[in-house]
Design a protein around this ligand. Structure first.
Ligand SMILES: [Zn+2]
Length: 410
């Protein structure tokens, strides 16, 4: 009996792999390697003889080609860590067989209810088997669903040598949730031309766009003086910062935008009478949108400063990351093949954009173009996280179809 994707998933989620942004270690938490060692052992059992855990905690493995013709080497990628936002210790997965619809009350904490009103995707799951937590931890479907799907597809390809495919690489990373997921990836050693992260949500979705991102730092130098002798002289940098923040456009904020709209978002303020600093992040889907928003912020600063003639400011823009679509558009076959694979696996493909960055966007700019395919999980980073068996099975099928399509079209 071979393991199903659900067997694997249930085995992986009970291993605590929470990452920790405060740790400088690589990986940030040693416990991520506990899952890493199990995965390597399973990859070796499947027959991927080069599978190994490297000194940084990453796993590399190869499914060898079974055809003579050259086929581009593609890679499937997933991350082993879970988010620091909610505990991942003592995960007790619950299976609801043949979901009949309605809200799902979690057994370990009656306050935790997955409501259909808040999670409309549940409406597409009637009759499916849904896996949840008991309400006291996150589930870790983000991204152990991706791990289980890639492992199951690997086993399927090895067990069915009549399915023709090129060389397929597997990459499992650590510390994705704290933004360090690809810091130590050795792309030369990986040797793939194109990659796919299996880290999206709803079945059928493929994401080939991310935000473009900059940071802005405004430093204000005020005029400090003893408050008892301040009349007509003091220019309090804290108040200048407050005036700038107050004028930020309310309709260009995270809380008032969605879809393809960008935003300006203050992330930190420090200040004294003498000096204050405002940190902001700026997000948009293209460079012009970023530039417009940055100009908008500087115009506000320039508008405020004349009220404080003795004070001065500096305005600094820091490049953070860029929309991966610019890279992916140079190789349209990457997304085209994935769209076709999703269709062949029985779903209507839905192309989407991510209001954030991904490991895939960073890999794309490092030289490995990498869109994001669904893994099936929902309500990431929370105790309400859930995934269905059927959606994970569809993801396995998508990986297998994708391997076939790259071979067919080469
Ligand atoms: Zn993820």
């Amino acid at each position: 009996m071979t393991d199903t994707v659900t067997d694997r998933f249930l085995r992986y989620v009970v291993i605590d792999t929470q990452s920790d942004a405060k740790s400088a270690a690589q990986p940030s938490t040693e416990k991520q390697k506990n899952l890493g060692r199990l995965l390597v052992q399973e990859l070796l059992e499947i027959g991927l003889s080069d599978a190994h855990l490297d000194e940084h905690g990453y796993i590399y493995a190869t499914i060898p080609s079974n055809v003579d013709k050259p086929v581009p080497v593609i890679c499937f990628c997933s991350h082993m860590d879970t988010a620091p936002d909610f505990t991942g210790t003592n995960v007790k997965p619950q299976m609801i067989r043949t979901y009949a619809g309605g809200d799902i009350q979690l057994s370990g904490d009656p306050q935790q209810i997955i409501r259909v009103a808040d999670h409309p995707a549940l409406r597409d799951q009637i009759g499916n088997d849904i896996i949840t937590t008991d309400g006291t931890t996150l589930l870790g479907a983000d991204d152990k669903a991706g791990l289980a799907e890639i492992m199951t597809a690997a086993q399927f390809l090895i067990d069915n040598p009549d399915i023709k495919h090129g060389t397929i690489k597997i990459l499992f990373t650590v510390d994705e949730e704290i933004g360090r997921g690809v810091d130590k990836v050795d792309l030369k050693k990986l040797g793939a031309q194109f990659a796919y992260t299996m880290d999206g949500e709803t079945a059928g979705s493929i994401e080939d766009e991310t935000f473009s991102a900059d940071g802005v730092e405004i430093t204000i130098q005020g005029v400090a003086i003893h408050p008892g002798f301040a009349k007509g002289k003091m220019e309090n940098a804290i108040k200048i910062a407050g005036a700038i923040i107050d004028r930020l456009p309310k309709h260009v904020a995270p809380e008032t935008t969605e879809g393809r709209e960008g935003f300006i978002h203050p992330t930190g303020v420090t200040g004294s009478m003498d000096k204050a600093t405002i940190g902001l992040i700026v997000r948009d889907f293209n460079d012009e949108g970023l530039a417009t928003k940055e100009a908008m912020i500087e115009a506000i600063v320039k508008d405020v400063m004349p009220d404080y003639p003795g004070s001065s400011y500096t305005f600094e823009v820091k490049h953070q990351y860029r929309n991966m679509k610019a890279i992916l558009d140079r190789h349209p076959e990457i997304v085209d093949n994935a769209v076709e694979a999703i269709r062949r696996a029985g779903m209507e493909p839905v192309r989407g954009s991510i209001r954030g960055g991904t490991d895939g966007s960073r890999l794309s700019f490092m030289g490995l173009p990498c869109p994001n395919i669904f893994a099936g999980g929902h309500a990431f980073h929370s105790p309400l996280e859930w995934v269905s068996r059927q959606d994970m099975e569809k993801a396995v099928k998508t990986i297998v179809e994708l391997a076939k399509i790259w071979e067919e079209r080469s």
